[in-house]
Design a binder for this molecule. Structure first.
Ligand SMILES: Cc1cc2nc3c(=O)[nH]c(=O)nc-3n(C[C@H](O)[C@H](O)[C@H](O)COP(=O)(O)OP(=O)(O)OC[C@H]3O[C@@H](n4cnc5c(N)ncnc54)[C@H](O)[C@@H]3O)c2cc1C
Length: 416
């Protein structure tokens, strides 16, 4: 093995970004490949982070600055790994870059979007609401560059977007490209996806518009989300002043995800604060099997629980249905007090578990997987997993794990 201090990071979420900056600041040259048009991963879709309840920008911004200021880090968006060959110390990786149809001249002025009328479902908002086919992925996007959706390439509208750009940034002739990198080690940080809770049919996702998932709720509460940050019922735009959070929506269930994702209880506690802060006369109900708020997060749980308008009920919800009087009816067992739970609310939020990016398709790489698709290998092969691709974890744990992964990758790259 040689001393190839170049490291490839696959996945530009908080884990991949952390691994990239840590490895680069320790002397490596780093290339990040991210399949979306921007860096930041799922964190960029949050309204606030627990436990401090600050906006995602406060964690991401500093990493973007470290990347911008460090010439040893390069990154490619709309990029995926096509093939990997070689071994620790000398991997060769082919990466395919899909065309953005916008080049580096883009200033983010938005003139292209002004002449575009075609709309597509907004991927950043989980399809709630639309975005123009010439779009900035979100207001804090890094890189701060527009994207032209392939659906308008080759049309008069696409041409109008190009003509509207005073900087020559819209390039409709862009083609997919393949880049080859020789690297000493690879950090695999492809993260997680929310469990598809439409499979838990008795909870009503996909049947009732006012049943949403926890990840969708982040967007409903976010100022740059589909409702401008107002927590409104999707069905009729009414203010959602009574909100039920259903924990373990598919989790800890042999028919769905047998494991606990560990962060969902904290996410629902956090989301209850969104409701309570927005509407002083609101009520939040959290239906849980067990509240998992380990270690330092116990204080956060206690603080939210002290609000008398946040009610935690130990119950497994067995059914969500349309209430005859309007709203949604939740039914289940009240495990502590006995009897039945029957509660009508404006909005139901399903706390969905985290599924690793490697669950659906396992890359044919020297990595080992557990039964659920999480990567469990140590990284001795020079392909080092980091963050939620290994196990569900919150941001602080992801950052710690990615820092350790950067060190492991450096050791592998240098043949130590
Ligand atoms: C509802 C909910 C709320 C949460 N709220 C909080 C919170 O308030 N505070 C907190 O600490 N934690 C929270 N978490 C946990 C937090 O989301 C994770 O800790 C964090 O997203 C982990 O980051 P990651 O980089 O490992 O994964 P991700 O954020 O998933 O990033 C992975 C990146 O890899 C990219 N990628 C995937 N596959 C490929 C590929 N093949 N090639 C290239 N790129 C690829 C993805 O596009 C993505 O950008 C929450 C989780 C949930 C479910």
């Amino acid at each position: 093995m040689g001393d190839n201090r170049k490291i490839l990071v696959v996945g530009g979420g908080i884990s991949g970004l952390t691994a990239a900056v840590e490895a680069a600041e320790a002397g490596a040259e780093v290339v990040v490949v991210e399949r979306k048009p921007y860096l930041g991963g799922r964190v960029s879709q949050f309204n606030h982070y627990f436990p401090k309840l600050c906006p995602p920008a406060c964690g991401l911004e500093i990493n973007f600055r470290r990347i911008k200021n460090n010439p040893a880090i390069s990154y490619h968006t709309l990029a995926t790994v096509e093939s990997i060959s070689g071994g620790p110390g000398n991997y060769e990786v082919n990466v395919t870059i899909q065309p953005r149809f916008v080049n580096d001249n883009c200033t983010g002025c938005g003139e292209c979007a002004k002449v575009c009328s075609t709309e597509i479902p907004n991927p950043h908002d989980y399809g709630m609401g639309n975005v123009k086919a010439a779009y900035l992925p979100h207001p804090m996007a890094f890189p701060f560059k527009y994207v032209i959706d392939p659906s308008i390439v080759g049309t008069d509208e696409g041409k109008a977007c190009a003509d509207a750009c005073a900087y020559g940034a819209v390039d409709l002739a862009m083609q997919p490209a393949t880049l080859t990198f020789s690297v000493g080690a690879i950090v695999w940080a492809t993260g997680w996806a929310p469990y598809d809770a439409t499979k838990v049919d008795y909870l009503g996702l996909g049947k009732y518009p006012d049943v949403v998932t926890s990840v969708m709720f982040e967007r409903l509460a976010a100022a740059d989300g589909p409702t401008g940050g107002k927590i409104l019922r999707p069905s009729d735009g009414k203010e959602a002043k009574s909100v039920a959070f259903v924990q373990c929506a598919g989790s800890r269930d042999e028919n769905h995800l047998p494991y606990c994702s560990g962060v969902c209880c904290l996410a629902s506690l956090k989301q209850a604060t969104y409701v309570r802060e927005q509407y002083p006369d609101s009520k939040a109900y959290i239906y849980y099997i067990d509240v998992r708020a380990m270690g330092k997060y116990e204080d956060f749980y206690t603080k939210v629980d002290q609000d008398e308008n946040v009610t935690l009920i130990k119950s497994k919800i067995a059914r969500v249905s349309q209430a005859p009087s309007g709203g949604l009816l939740l039914e289940g067992e009240d495990i502590v007090n006995g009897g039945k739970v029957k509660q009508v609310v404006d909005l139901v939020v399903l706390a969905v578990g985290m599924v690793p990016g490697t669950a659906a398709v396992k890359p044919e790489l020297p990595m080992e997987y557990d039964d659920f698709g999480f990567v469990v290998s140590s990284g001795a092969s020079g392909i080092v997993p980091a963050g939620c691709v290994k196990a569900p974890m919150e941001v602080a744990a992801s950052v710690q794990d990615a820092t350790a992964a950067a060190l492991k990758a450096l050791q592998c790259a240098m043949g130590r």
